[in-house]
Design a protein around this ligand. Sequence first.
Ligand code: WT7
Length: 650
Amino acid sequence: MPKDLDALLREERVFEPSEEIVENSNIKKWMRKHDIESYDQLLERSKNDVEWFWDEMAKDLEWFEPYNIVYKWKPPHVKWFLNGKFNIVHNALDRHVKTAKKDKFAYIWEGEAGKVRKLTYHDLYREVNKFANALKSWGVGKGDRVSIYLPMILELPIAMLACAKIGAIHSVVFSGFSAKAFQERSNDAESKVAITADGFQRRGKIINLKANADEAMKDAPTVEKLIVVKHAENDVNMHEGRDIWWHEIIENMDDECETEIMDSEDTLYILYTSGTTGKPKGVLHIHGGYAVGTSTTLKFVFDLKDDDIWWCAADIGWVTGHSYIVYAPLILGVTSIMYEGTPDYPDPGRFWRMIEKYGVTVFYTAPTTIRMFMKFGEVWPQKCDLSSLRLLGSVGEPINPEAWIWYYKNIGNDRCPIMDTWWQTETGMFLITPLPIAKLKPGSAVKPFPTVQADVLSDDCKSLTEKGGHLVLKTPWPSMFRTLYKDPQRYIDTYWSMFENIYLSGDVARKDKDGYFWVQGREDDVLNVAGHRISTAEVESALVSHDSVAEAAVVGKPDAIKGEEISAFVILKQGFKATDNLKAVLKKHVRTEIGPIAQPAYLSCVEDLPKTRSGKIMRRVIKAKVRGEPVGDISTLANPEAVDGLDKAI
Ligand code: WT7
């Protein structure tokens, strides 16, 4: 365990948001109302009065019946807004169609081939109601599970909202997952209905998702109906008696549907995420607290206002999309962009042209995407007018300072603060994050969101400063997951057994002297070289800070004397050659950036690195290769060919 993990990389630059951004921000406005003068005072006051803060926030939402207790914390279990009657969809849709919001666009969708489809809040409301009525017609009701295996098309949020509206529990399975993964998840959830599409566009090609779904359905005994969205005009087989076209079924459905009155603590969805074992964990979120937590964080962190055009460029198949493409933006009543395809199709200018075309004001993406754009060079964003942007965001992994600076300069034109939001599928909402009033340090996710008590602990539960340790959360927050579906013991073992009554995130972080958090990566990616604990993410960050490097992955290679040696794999930027000289320069670069102990013993240049479909490097695969062990299950790899490339490099 990273008892004495040495956090060696130091980033000293500080960036302040402009006065205009600070003064006009939602958070500043709220602080004025409550006579709170500074960021620190806000954090202090909210930490001391958690009930007051969240009660204030929950008042912005509509409750069928008010809650009478803000929260009840009996570790490791929490309940929020007790005895409140609520439905997230009432807040995301029903209440808006009674106001002028009804004619505002909820979504502007763009297909990879260029097709555009726009839905107002009223349109979305009607589509959701029709599909909710269809679900009801098959006997789907409160508590029933529905598995959704859809690409980034509008029917995905429509299906999710329809489930939630009638009290059913959705389980979205990322469309990039295999048939086997879909089958495993729908069987674990014991879903009654499954939803898929005839296909979708990916890099100009049609992916036959229906074929995967068919494969999955071969052994999915609980699924009675498979609903198929016609999207790609792909020739598919419809299974008699089981398969139904979406458009045919909704044709005769009423576009009004009563919203189920739920308890705040009733289940909203299950989302499977990978753990340290092979079996995915079914993270379970609920209606009330989840709605309050996600909408509050979006409103204050990304500062969304009525006229904003929000683009969270994630896939709804992950929690980022659940919270910040579907639920939170709809609750706030903003307009979101939704895009079907890949960021660099047909060329690396796609995202920037879309920002210009739709006047996107707040843009949120992942470091891996930013580094990919870095590799293509600034010529691409330079071709577009990105002046509509006001704020930028990053999520999913630590953003190395070099990528941060590139993003800040080339996309934000030196004037858009970057919100580096740390959170997890389990947390549901941003937990460690800047607010637009905070000073930023590139590579740091700044401080906990108001009320959140995060800390960095040693193995023996001591709070650490300027030292790496376990990133933990000491108090509950409204959108915290409630348990792991059908596996309450694993919930306790994984998250609550290391420290008493403290949530273990599984990440390693450092808190600096100013209280800023620097997340360094997962605990299992921590190396031990000659008694020094070094985070792979830090070495990678150092490598990527070199001009020639686009991406890097670092793993430990067992060594008889030092315990582990650092083995680095890098993808060079265009125009650089993998000479022995350059490799030596890179090793030396890490030595200068971090110190002699972090210098990679081995360094290879590769064309590609094995990645999950969400863009995360699969270090597990590289580690196995380096150790000469079997690579295990690589069915979730986006680019299995990268594994062959590794063979040559080792
Ligand atoms: C893990 C959670 C949260 C939505 C997407 C991923 C890493 C996430 C950051 C960040 C450093 C980050 C952590 C975390 N992570 N955001 N801003 N800085 N690391 O959700 O698949 O549940 O992954 O992603 O390691 O534990 P997830």
